[in-house]
Ligand binder design. Structure first.
Ligand code: NAD
Ligand code: UFG
Length: 331
């Protein structure tokens, strides 16, 4: 299939482009590089050993998107392009609503115009809010605590409403848990701008000596050691989940958790990193981060049952691969 991957130069998108090409598909990337680098496109081609077609466009731009659909026979869209910084979304809500919602509308409209019936969307476990763990796809969603989360809830609703009146359209909504790790080549991985918000890139930058110590946000949660529990999933497993979702799409809307089903606390992750890589990660306990919940992990059984997909790589592999990428990475 010819797959249009929006946001394909980014962290999860780049790994998914490789997995798609390994599965025999052709990839067209549309990315405006607002949170990624052009060199990622070269790296994707190096790792996959295949060419990709790259369009440097903003996917909220109707004409630029239309031109791609006109030029290529697109068989499916995987829509990663989005802004994802929770804190920034509170300060700049309009930027987030516009980018994340309009992009979904522009792309679905182009799909309708050109008869493209496969659409895979990047959602997030954030849509569950502070539900009881493990999170199951059938749960009622709780109001998001920030505009970023709202854009995921709204995009899910928009896609569901469109699919309901377009019976030939097949939509897969993938709710990711916490992506970590990097490609085993060490060439692509997560390279956040500025100081990382997320735990794993923060840990690798402390290990590299770029940051002095990790600040652990709270040790008084009702968890095994008081620190927050998350379901870390290797980004290559996540990428393979997209291939499975795309290849097993049937008409209608399907929602899948992409997680491992296993929770890991902040301190467990720090210890796993130290053990895997033989490097000490200094840390201090500080106050809770506003908006954080105690525990977030998936019931991952639906994806296994319906897509035949499960995560294969464990937290140690995530620590190895994240560290290999960080060691190699030059700004
Ligand atoms: P990323 O920032 O590395 O990748 C997103 C890519 O989209 C970037 O290359 C960026 O340049 C591009 N982009 C953004 N807006 C665009 C636009 N309007 N037009 C064209 N390109 C645009 O992020 P990621 O971690 O790879 O996340 C991919 C998707 O998964 C996002 O939608 C994100 O919200 C979602 N998600 C991420 C996580 C996570 O923890 N990383 C968790 C849940 C969901
Ligand atoms: N944490 C620290 N110190 C840090 C960073 C994080 O202690 O410097 C802790 C957090 O308090 C939390 C855990 O590490 O307990 C994970 O935090 P992340 O910031 O890595 O991830 P979150 O679960 O907060 O959020 C991530 C994405 C969101 C997405 C959500 C659910 O950043 O975009 O997963 O998928 F919505």
């Amino acid at each position: 299939m010819n797959i249009l991957v929006t946001g394909g130069a980014g962290y999860i998108g780049s790994h998914t482009c490789i997995a798609l090409m390994e599965a025999g598909h052709s990839v067209i990337i549309a990315d405006n590089l607002c949170n990624s680098k052009r060199e990622n496109i070269e790296k994707i081609m190096d790792v996959a050993g295949k060419e990709v077609t790259f369009y440097e466009i903003n996917v909220t731009d109707v004409e630029a998107v239309d031109a791609i659909f006109k030029n290529y026979k697109i068989d499916g869209v995987v829509h990663f392009a989005g802004l994802k910084a929770v804190g920034e979304s509170i300060e700049k809500p309009l930027k987030y609503y516009y980018n994340n919602i309009v992009s979904t509308m522009v792309l679905t409209k182009a799909c309708k115009k050109y008869g493209v019936n496969r659409f895979v969307f990047s959602s997030s476990a954030t849509v569950y809010g502070n539900n009881k763990v493990p999170f199951v796809e059938t749960m009622d969603l709780l109001p998001a605590t920030n505009p970023y989360g709202e854009t995921k809830v709204m995009s899910e609703q928009i896609l569901t409403d469109i699919a309901n009146v377009n019976p030939t359209l097949s939509v897969s909504i993938l709710r990711y848990f916490n992506p970590a790790g990097a490609h085993e080549s060490g060439l692509i991985g997560e390279a956040p701008n500025g100081i990382p918000n997320n735990l794993m890139p923060y840990v690798t930058q402390v290990a590299k000596g770029k940051l002095e110590k990790l600040r652990v946000f709270g040790n008084d949660y009702p968890t095994i050691d008081g620190t927050g529990i998350r379901d870390y999933i290797h980004v290559v497993d996540l990428a393979e989940g997209h291939v499975a979702a795309l290849e097993n799409l049937t008409e209608g809307v399907h929602i899948y958790n992409l997680g491992t089903g296993k929770g890991t606390s902040v301190l467990e992750l720090v210890r796993a990193f130290e053990e895997a890589n033989g490097i000490e990660v200094p840390y201090e306990i500080v106050d809770r981060r506003p908006g954080d919940i105690a525990s977030c992990y998936a019931d991952a059984s639906k994806a296994k049952r319906e897509l035949g997909w499960t995560a294969k790589r464990d937290i140690i592999a995530m620590c190895w691969d994240s560290w290999r990428f960080e060691k190699n990475y030059k700004e």
